[in-house]
Design a protein around this ligand. Structure first.
Ligand code: GDP
Length: 473
């Protein structure tokens, strides 16, 4: 590749190395210093390109405040299993499909938009915090508002708490939807009280978090929930510039047998149009068609609109960010660079270069942070409480453990991605990780530590934390 870039013959480069006493063949990897030396020897002028230069200007082109206009909010529904996330998403969608509407039946493309009082709201169609966190792990913040669904007959459960912690970690405001109020066993007040223990103070109890009683089954309260979303969105004052090249995030992507790679993207700023050339994660393509959540081909997708795009060369990942670029050459340059970086990272990870407690510690030390973030899973609530209490005691004025999340049950993929996004250590107390979580941890370079004796766990964390203390003490 070096030879090619210098427009020299590969054999001449190999010969040069031979003269230096090094046996090299095309495809062997040399470091930047060596490459610079070789290029200089061949009489070329070297300009080192920093990693950031290649992607320069790709994202976050600054907008003038006067170009910003209001955009719809993007909402994710989270909560415990069986509390009615899917039912609620369906109820909202169906309440909104007017008969005779273009396309009629909605298509599942990963996100959909509804209208309330002439204002649009975008819902991410994959319920739960797993998808939410997977996106954050890729650096994308797609959600403006999280709906926390709690079944009124079951109240706060472990995944309710997980969802709260995920939303808090992401700094996304919540709206509590107390669901299943049609059931005789429903006790909405119990839900509100139990939420207090997790520092969610709902409005009806004098707090700031909006809460709405709903039934996904009867449709009761759905309208109110949509109103609450619009109210929250007004408070957030969400704005973006529709008159520029589009940027956003990939919600879903798959390889379709007939249509090739298909990705659902959420436009976050700018307007996406057919013919645009875009880069999404490690892939690129020219938009051949845009299809909305009714299966209708559209000519443009403004901010907060989810659309399927056809025409990509490969399949990006959910959570990848995308941006429109000027031309194909630039798209190729960026994606080739990214593919190379991804490859290098994978190599580095397989060599186990990241993720140990010690390494994390030194990273934290460099960042000057005096908190030690932890995600803890344990066998039973009692043992978790004991672990958390013991860790709390370790805290000093200078450094303390910050429990991003602690919950009962085995370590899942979503725990791993929460640990990854929060830069936290992942700890299992008397529990193991499931295979998906292990695979995710390996891919993300997150080390999972297992303990069955509290003393050992606390001791390790203590050792790691003492490394965070200022050296002069
Ligand atoms: P998810 O796991 O959170 O997505 O929950 P689902 O939407 O699959 O709902 C779980 C179960 O609760 C299903 O059997 C639903 O029919 C039922 N369900 C959901 N919402 C309501 C509701 O408002 N009232 C009643 N009675 N049942 C509901």
């Amino acid at each position: 590749e070096l030879a090619q870039r210098m427009s020299e013959r590969a054999v001449d480069v190999v010969k040069f190395f031979m003269k230096q006493g090094q046996m090299m063949k095309p495809g062997d990897i040399i470091d930047a210093d060596t490459a610079e030396l070789v290029a200089t020897e061949f009489g070329h002028t070297v300009k080192r390109v920093a990693e950031s230069d290649i992607e320069e200007g790709l994202f976050n082109i600054a907008d003038n405040p006067e170009d910003l206009v209001s955009r719809p909010p993007v909402v994710t529904i989270m909560g415990h299993v069986d509390h009615g996330k899917t039912s609620l998403l369906d109820a909202i969608r169906h309440a909104n499909v007017q008969s005779g509407e273009a396309g009629g039946i909605t298509q599942h493309i990963g996100a959909y938009q509804v209208e309330k009082d002439g204002q649009k709201i975008t819902f991410i169609d994959t319920p739960g915090h797993a998808a939410f966190t997977a996106m954050r792990a890729r650096g994308a913040q797609a959600t403006d508002i999280a709906i926390l669904v709690v079944a009124a007959d079951d109240s706060v459960m472990p995944q309710t708490v997980e969802s709260i912690n995920h939303a808090k970690a992401a700094g996304v405001p919540m709206i509590v939807a107390i669901n299943k109020v049609d059931k005789p066993a429903a006790n909405a007040q119990k839900v509100r009280t139990e939420l207090l223990q997790h520092e969610v103070f709902v409005e009806t109890m004098g707090g700031e978090t909006l809460d709405v009683e709903v039934s996904a089954k009867t449709g009761q309260g759905i309208d109110k929930l949509l109103e609450a979303i619009l109210l929250q969105s007004e408070i957030l004052d969400l704005k973006s510039n529709p008159d520029r090249t589009a940027e956003g995030v990939v919600i879903e992507a798959q390889l379709d047998k007939g249509r090739g790679p298909v990705a659902t993207v959420l436009v976050q700023t700018g307007t996406l149009m057919p013919g645009d050339i875009l880069v999404a994660g490690n892939e690129w393509g020219r938009v051949r068609a845009l299809v909305d959540d009714h299966g209708v081909h559209v000519q443009e997708a403004p901010p907060a609109m989810p659309v399927e795009i056809l025409g990509l060369q490969g399949t990006p990942h959910a959570g990848d960010r995308f941006a429109v670029v000027n031309n194909e050459a630039r798209a190729r340059e960026i994606t080739e660079y990214r593919q190379r970086i991804a490859h290098d990272k994978a190599v580095a990870r397989s060599a186990g270069q990241r993720g140990s407690l010690e390494q994390m510690m030194s990273q934290l030390q460099n960042s000057g942070l005096k908190e030690f973030p932890l995600v803890i899973k344990g066998d039973v609530q009692g043992s978790i409480e004991a672990v958390v209490a013991a860790l709390d005691k370790l805290g000093t004025d200078e450094v303390r453990a910050r429990i991003v999340h602690a919950g009962a049950g085995g370590i899942t993929e979503s725990d791993v991605s929460l640990a990854e996004t929060s830069g936290a250590a992942m700890i299992g107390f008397n529990v193991r990780a499931n295979p998906q979580a292990r695979a995710a941890a390996a891919a993300a370079g997150v080390e999972i530590r297992y303990y069955n004796i509290i003393y050992n766990l606390v001791d390790d964390v203590k050792a790691a934390m003492s490394g965070l203390l200022s050296p002069e003490r």
